[in-house]
Design a protein around this ligand. Structure first.
Ligand code: FES
Length: 397
């Protein structure tokens, strides 16, 4: 078998006629697709990575170590990357924080969420050697330059993941580090032994809060565990409530500039009114026949009153699937819960990978409350991850 570089050179040296012949012979694939088969991590290919290790952090969370292909431009600690992983023949994209220091390989860490297709696949189905699609690292939840004299990290649940990336890379530059971390219980605390080791050896001052028995730590009382919190540059990552509280407390103390936050989900300032959403097109053709996790009752478009009837049974690929979408639930979640093939990425309004045409009806932007209403003559692209139904509407998938 020729080497990838030999094949690439041969392709480059072909005359235009010969290249056209090769392309026709290769159809429906392109010559580049064959190069991908030979070496999927070659320079110039879509960015991929090979899984080199899968390790459980807790019974419900996992760390996946990946060797990125040639196009990887590296990351800054605290950033996240998106991975594209095939589960049951369907490619799903998700964003995860990078928890490893900078280097030739990266580690992403994830907690499996109930009904989460990808997070559960990472936990139980992913094997070393698997090829994943990758995006370049992004995000600005990173260490300041120069590093502060004293730092405070406030985290909840998997919010520890970007902070772990920062600690593993920057701890040697930081003289005084306090970490306040909340987890449901000790068994579900990610990186517990490593954090406790850093505490025992005096590298960090760790305060843990196990919410199942101790309740949520009210940040108004943060001074009880970190008396000089107002003098520390602070990074916070975790559930929406924790971050909302942090922003309120730091603002009340007139030091919002000392607080950095990282959200895994957008802040919801308004909800939609809910309503019937019809997903129309190929993406809905194989939709599941169940009541969705988001609470929406699923039925075929045009079969008023019918329940749990597969969109596939409507026959044509353009058939629709209608879901009762609750107020406040992003249409991305509603569609996925109904089994619709929804494009997605960051799930928080940043990457625009979830954009689909709103063909008719009204949706509300959960971050701003802005209402978008369209009629069939004037469809409008919307981000389904931050849009909720505000009455009946129809989405093309
Ligand atoms: S999934 Fe990234 S903007 Fe919606």
């Amino acid at each position: 078998m020729p080497s990838p570089s030999t094949t690439r050179r041969a392709l480059a040296n072909l005359g235009s006629g010969a290249r056209r012949f090769f392309e026709l012979a290769a159809t429906p694939l392109l010559p580049a697709d064959y190069l991908d088969l030979i070496n999927p991590m070659r320079a110039g290919a879509d960015l991929r990575g090979r899984v080199v290790d899968v390790a459980h952090e807790t019974p419900t969370s996992t760390s996946v170590t990946i060797r990125p292909g040639r196009g990887w431009r590296g990351h800054r600690p605290g950033q996240y990357t998106r991975i594209g992983v095939d589960v049951n023949g369907v490619r799903h994209w998700r964003a995860y924080s990078i928890t490893s220091p900078t280097g030739d390989v990266i580690t992403i860490s994830a907690r499996a969420i109930e009904g989460g297709v990808v997070s559960n696949h990472l936990l139980t189905g992913l094997q070393p050697g698997t090829m994943l699609m990758l995006d370049q690292a992004t995000g600005d939840f990173t260490m300041s330059t120069p590093p502060p004299r004293s730092a405070l990290f406030i985290t909840g649940g998997s919010g520890i993941t970007p902070v772990m990336g920062i600690l593993r890379s920057h701890l040697h530059e930081l003289r005084d580090v306090a970490v306040v971390h909340s987890a449901p219980d000790p068994e579900q605390m990610m990186f517990r032994s490593e954090l406790q080791h850093l505490h025992r050896t005096g590298r960090i001052r760790l305060t843990t809060r196990f919410t199942r028995t101790e309740g949520i730590l009210p940040l108004e009382g943060i001074g009880a565990v970190v008396p000089d919190w107002q003098e520390r540059e602070t990074w916070a990552c975790g559930p929406t409530g924790l971050l909302d509280d942090a922003e309120a407390v730091w603002a009340a103390a007139d030091i919002p500039h000392l607080l950095h936050t990282e959200r895994f989900r957008p802040r919801v300032v308004a909800t939609g009114e809910g309503g019937e959403v019809t997903f129309r097109g190929r993406g809905a053709a194989g939709a599941a026949t169940a009541t969705g996790a988001a609470g929406g009752a699923v039925r075929s478009a045009g079969s008023a009153g019918g329940r749990a009837q597969s969109a596939t049974t409507t026959g044509a690929t353009d058939a629709g699937l209608t879901v009762d979408a609750p107020a406040g639930i992003p249409l991305l979640d509603v569609g996925e819960a109904a089994g619709v093939l929804m494009p997605s990425g960051c799930r928080m309004g940043i990457c625009f990978n979830c954009v689909l045409p709103l063909e008719e009806g009204s949706v509300r932007d959960l971050r701003t409350g802005e209402l978008t209403t369209v009629d069939p003559e004037d469809p409008h692209l919307i981000q389904t991850c931050i849009s909720a139904a505000a009455g009946p509407c129809r989405i093309a998938v």
